[in-house]
Design a protein around this ligand. Structure first.
Ligand SMILES: [Zn+2]
Length: 131
């Protein structure tokens, strides 16, 4: 997939989507459009539409961001060590376009033991009937 320039992303994305995905920002908890979203379907990367998460893995972690127990079984995620803010965390990015998505933690009350904490601003949603 061809890499787009920041100018192209700026033209396609909202200010919040650009800041989160291209500049590693984090939306304020509870403000994202997918936080309390429970429709059946697939969550895609907002920048390149790569399929990332299924609604069947979404759960309410009470943290204010869309949370998933697992990602879709594909190569569309990549993981980076993040030592910012004096913490040790694992950053999650889209492997197709390098968009920042959020972080994954090992404290999930889930079948995987993991909690993918993802910004709504990084996601786009496709209804199950259209997926
Ligand atoms: Zn992407």
């Amino acid at each position: 997939m061809a890499k787009k320039s920041d100018e192209e992303y700026r033209a396609e994305l909202t200010e919040m989507q650009f800041w989160v995905t291209r500049q590693g920002g984090t939306e304020r908890p509870g403000t994202g459009i997918f936080n309390a979203h429970d429709r059946a379907g697939v969550y895609n990367c907002v920048c390149c539409k790569a399929k990332l998460f299924s609604s069947t893995e979404k759960f309410n972690a009470g943290c204010g961001w869309p949370s998933f127990a697992d990602h879709m079984n594909n190569d569309n995620l990549r993981f980076l060590e993040d030592r910012s803010h004096g913490q040790f965390r694992t950053e999650v990015r889209c492997s197709q376009c390098d968009a920042h998505l959020g972080h994954v933690f090992d404290d999930g009350p889930t079948h995987t033991g993991q909690r993918y904490c993802i910004n709504s601003a990084s996601l786009d949603f496709t209804d199950e009937s259209k997926a």
